[in-house]
Design a protein around this ligand. Sequence first.
Ligand SMILES: NC(=O)C1=CN([C@@H]2O[C@H](COP(=O)(O)OP(=O)(O)OC[C@H]3O[C@@H](n4cnc5c(N)ncnc54)[C@H](O)[C@@H]3O)[C@@H](O)[C@H]2O)C=CC1
Ligand SMILES: O=C(O)C(=O)COP(=O)(O)O
Length: 545
Amino acid sequence: MFKVLVTDGISDTGLKSLFDHPNFIVERQPTLKPEELKNIIGDYEALIVRSQTKVTGELLQYADRLKVIARAGVGVDNIDVNAATGKGIIVINAPGANTIAATEHTLAMMLSMARMIPQAHKKTVAGEWDRNSFKGVELYKKTLGVIGMGKIGTEVAKRAKSFGMNILGYDPYLTEERAEKLGMKKASLDLIARESDFITIHTPLTNDTKGLVNDDYLSKTKKGVRFVNCARGGIIDEKALVRAIQAGHVAGAALDVFEKEPVADPELLQNPNIIITPHLGASTVEAQEKVAQEVSEEIIEILETQSIRNAVNMPQMSGETQQKMQPYLLLGEQMGQLVVQLLKHAPSKIEINYYGDLIEEDTELLTRTMIKGILSHHLSDSVNLINALHLLKEQGVSYNVQKNATNKGFANYMELSITKGLETTKIGATVLNGYGARIVKINEYRIDVRPESHLLLVKHQDVPGMIGKVGSLLGDYHINIGTMQVGRTAVGGEAIMMLTLDKQITAEVIRALTLISGLNEAKSLELSNVDPFYPGRLELEKVNK
Ligand SMILES: NC(=O)C1=CN([C@@H]2O[C@H](COP(=O)(O)OP(=O)(O)OC[C@H]3O[C@@H](n4cnc5c(N)ncnc54)[C@H](O)[C@@H]3O)[C@@H](O)[C@H]2O)C=CC1
Ligand SMILES: O=C(O)C(=O)COP(=O)(O)O
């Protein structure tokens, strides 16, 4: 049974899949104080929030069972994603589910500001029929500057075009071609300042965007410009905005989001040229159902089948890439598990090299699987694909990943080496088309072994009779050998034997093996379960059965 805590106002209809699921208990606590939340968070596997609940690092210290934090919306700035990552907690959101709601709210705010509808409404319902104070401006033939041309910015631009506006867009990812297709112009921030009659913000709040619209930027804008912010408070410096409005340079602002919510600053609340809504951009019936439905379904998928779609703290992969990469992901973790058992110590340095077809792929997740495999030997279950890199940094282990144009004789090949002091161990592996995963190199020895749960590595003198002696001793202990491979670098020197066994070998058998004359070392190597958070892990397990 999984327990899900829902704070903030989340749509009941959207939560239906969780309510209906026999393995989930959903509890709603919409009015908790931070202290109260701290006291109960330890009971839940999943937490669903909107923008109101602050999921701080301190709160997460109490979240011992928490596996998923779901943001029923887009912005995750109310969640300490770093702290969640450190604890291996997946943070998901519902990108796109409230795009239309936020878009329409932006246009509603722009039109309301242009025609002073809230101000006129207030006066009229108070009994005054004032037809002189509210002469607005038209959007037609005006220039709209859109800062942030992502999902919402793009939809705003499309709709503003239908009002006959000229659109300028700024976004580091906006290309000339896409701008042209949308019938708008790609512009710099300065050009937007110089030419826009309206400027609307649609970026996340980041270190780059915090205070993006400040005194300096405002001083570059056209006199009479009007601002809309339905993205995040803090992107526009509120004090600077008020100064520019009071100076008569900025004609007005329509704000849905604030540096501090709820907003209490009288300079904003009582300014006749500023219209305000209480963070309502996503508040439509449709958007609220959709965000809640998307995160509910994803929570079920993550906790029941361990597959992830919209994690904020995990590299994203298309379904097609996931399918292609699945065998490598499992092999990567197994390489990590093996290499650390060979080194016997926790490493201080990790080197990963990709060759052949793999250099064309996004290998970030694959790298994480190797690191997870290495770290889990000493840190066990506390490591997963979410926190692997974070924990590595915490342990002070350096890592380096390289993609190489050569192919090392295989269509794809990956090599993982780890170092502690002067000692380095290395595993090379490939996925053979039609035959599956193979370990093809251990340190300097070439081998060809399918990774299985129980492995035995023997180092011995390259002399006749060694294979027979090892085989017969294992037989005496009723240990069945699945496969066996030998490798050597020079005839008559040291050689290795890698065996796959049907069961784990005991310390007693290892001791008996080391008594064989000519046998230098015997080592049991164990491969455990794969990470529960692989994308498509279940399919992967089917493939490997
Ligand atoms: N008021 C409300 O209730 C709502 C607010 N939002 C907020 O709206 C914002 C945009 O949401 P989406 O369009 O869904 O996100 P998105 O991720 O699709 O788009 C964000 C865009 O901002 C761009 N960007 C990032 N840094 C930038 C910079 N320094 N300068 C210019 N562009 C930059 C990105 O390249 C991206 O294209 C988010 O902050 C989100 O939290 C979203 C929904 C509702
Ligand atoms: O999705 C977003 O980023 C929003 O800002 C919406 O916030 P809310 O869910 O309405 O508290």
